[in-house]
Design a protein around this ligand. Structure first.
Ligand code: 13P
Length: 333
C-alpha cells in the first residue's frame, strides 16, 4: 500500500530517527573529497555513498530517510544493486534534492534566489518512479549589515511554496528548508529576529500556495550566533531560543521539524538537539537532518581507502546513534 503524505512526513522524524542529508551536489562533494585527499570521480562518489547506505545499524535503527542528489538516485552499488534499494532494504526512505541552487538575485546585492521551478512537476514524476518519497528545496538567507531584504525573503518563500505544492501534487513530501546562514558575525538575537521574519513569511506563502502542512517537513536553522561573532551563545541559550522561535512561527499541524547543522561542530549539533528535547513537550517531533554533522567523521575515517571501509562505517554509525539519542533527549557527552 502506498504511504500517504502524512504518514511519510510523520515517519521522517518519529522515534528519535532522523534524516541523513547526503545530497551534496557534484561541486560540493568535490570540496569535501578535496579535504580528505580523495579524487571526486563517479566511482569514488558511489563507493562513499555505498559505505554509508550499507551501514546496517545506522540505516536500520537511526536514519529515517536519506536525501540524495540526482546522480546518486540513479547510481548502482558495486554489485549492481541500485543505491535506492540499499536504503529501502534498511527500512529507510529515499529522498531527492530538487532545487538547482541559489543564484544571485538581481537588485538585491549579496542575496540569492533558489532556482529550479521550471519543469519541476515533470521531474517529480521521474523521481517518484526512481523511488523518492520526499524531496528537499533549500532557500538561502544571509545576514549582513543591510540584508536580508524583504524582496529576497518574499521571493524565496514563494519559490518554497510553489515547490512544496508541486511535490505534494506528485505524492512526494516536501522538506521546506529556509536556511538562515550562520556565517556572519551577528549575535544569536539577530539570528532569532531574521529567522522569525523568514519563517513567518514562509508559512504565509505556504498558506497562499495551498500546501498541506500535515504533509510536509520543516528544515530550519537553529537560533545561533554567527561563526564570527565574539559573543557565542551557550547550549542552553541556543535550545531555549530555538524552541521559543519555533513556537512563535511553526503551526502545530506540521508533524516534523528536522534541523540542518549549518556548520556547527558534530558535538554542538548533537548537544543542541538534545537540550531542546529535554526542555519539555513540543507540538511537533524534532529531529536532525544533518549533512556535515553526520558525515565529517566518516569522511575522515574512510579517506578513500578500501581498508578503512569499516572505520568509516563505525564513525557514521556513532554520529547517527549520538543524534538518535539526542532526538530522544537521552544523549550524554
Ligand atoms: P548541513 O547539516 O551540513 O548544514 O547540511 C544539511 C543540508 O541538507 C543543507 O541543505
Amino acid at each position: 500500500m502506498t504511504a500517504s503524505l502524512e504518514e511519510v512526513a510523520y515517519k521522517l522524524a518519529a522515534g528519535g530517527k532522523g534524516i541523513l542529508a547526503a545530497d551534496e551536489s557534484t561541486s560540493t562533494i568535490k570540496k569535501r573529497f578535496d579535504a580528505i585527499g580523495v579524487e571526486s570521480t563517479f566511482d569514488n562518489r558511489r563507493d562513499y555513498r555505498e559505505l554509508l547506505f550499507r551501514s546496517t545499524e545506522a540505516m536500520t535503527d537511526y536514519i529515517s530517510g536519506v536525501i540524495l542528489y540526482d546522480e546518486t538516485i540513479r547510481q548502482k552499488a558495486k554489485d549492481g544493486t541500485p543505491l535506492v534499494d540499499l536504503i529501502t532494504q534498511a527500512g529507510s526512505i529515499p529522498g531527492i534534492k530538487v532545487d538547482l541552487g541559489a543564484k544571485p538575485q538581481p537588485g538585491c546585492p549579496g542575496e540569492t534566489i533558489t532556482e529550479g521551478l521550471d519543469g519541476l512537476g515533470e521531474r517529480f514524476k521521474e523521481y517518484y518512479d526512481l523511488g523518492a518519497r520526499f524531496a528537499k528545496w533549500r532557500a538561502v538567507i544571509d545576514i549582513g549589515a543591510d540584508i536580508p531584504s524583504y524582496t529576497s525573503i518574499l521571493a524565496n518563500a514563494q519559490a518554497l511554496a510553489r515547490y512544496a505544492a508541486l511535490a505534494q501534487a506528485a505524492g512526494i513530501v516536501p522538506i521546506v528548508e529556509p536556511e538562515v546562514l550562520m556565517d556572519g558575525d551577528h549575535d544569536i538575537d539577530r539570528c532569532y529576529d531574521v529567522t522569525e521574519w523568514v519563517l513567518k513569511e514562509v508559512f504565509q506563502q505556504l498558506f497562499y500556495g495551498r500546501v498541506k502542512l500535515e504533509g510536509m517537513v520543516l528544515k530550519p536553522n537553529m537560533a545561533i550566533a554567527g561563526k564570527k561573532s565574539a559573543k557565542q551563545a551557550s547550549v542552553a541559550e541556543v535550545a531555549e531560543k530555538t524552541v521559543k522561535l519555533l513556537k512563535n512561527t511553526v503551526p502545530p499541524a506540521v508533524p516534523s521539524v528536522a534541523f540542518l547543522s549549518g556548520g556547527q561542530s558534530d558535538e554542538e549539533a548533537t548537544a543542541h538537539l538534545d537540550a531542546m528535547i529535554r526542555a519539555g513537550a513540543l507540538p511537533w517531533n524534532l529531529t536532525f537532518s544533518y549533512g556535515r554533522a553526520l558525515q565529517a567523521a566518516p569522511q575522515k575515517a574512510w579517506s578513500g581507502k578500501p581498508e578503512n571501509w569499516a572505520a568509516g562505517q563505525a564513525a557514521f554509525t556513532h554520529r547517527a546513534r549520538m543524534n538518535y539519542l539526542a532526538a530522544l533527549g537521552q544523549w550524554t557527552p
